[in-house]
Ligand binder design. Sequence first.
Ligand code: SF4
Length: 204
Amino acid sequence: MLRLLRPSVTPPGGFRWTDPNTSHVTRAPNLVQVVSAAIVHRKANNLEIPDHFAEVIQDWLCRQIPNGMCVDEHGRPSKGMFRRSAETSVRATMALSKLGKRLGHALVSKSVATSRAAVCIHCSLNVPLAGCMGCRGVKSILEELKRGKGTEHDSKLLGCGVTGALNPIQVYIGMNTLIEAFPKDLKRCPAECWIRGNTNQGAS
Ligand code: SF4
């Protein structure tokens, strides 16, 4: 999780948060008020309040602003905005899904997907995507790809900063498909990532 180096200083573009489920943008004069307003918005829309919501919002904000204004959990300066768009991610996810089908790889079970998702929601690379993740088009494609599948963590799953795929779908993709699709990128996964734990095993 990234955090602001100087939380009292207004970042470029102001204190804000775009809700990934509704695309609603909350703005306020400071971070505390952004969090309060974001909670009100989610409750009004019958959406669950994520654990450590203030930290989630701060992490998201840090990924929208220039390099060096935030630090990670080890005190290292942030690398700035993650710029993959929601549309690009949808395309990457559809390609991943089609590749798995073409290669005849099965999807993993719901229990495996759920345990993967439980890792992703705490990963600093589970990131909001630039653009409209909550747009009707993106949401309907996501639902089509999910086809009734899902995990209890779906409301907290965003895009994967390594593969660019949408995590609610990616957690169901077989390991062999991921290795085939991203032979080099997977080395960039953090140590705690579920993909890292399996890349040497070729598990599906
Ligand atoms: S790097 Fe791994 S744990 Fe992190 S979001 Fe991507 S798949 Fe999930």
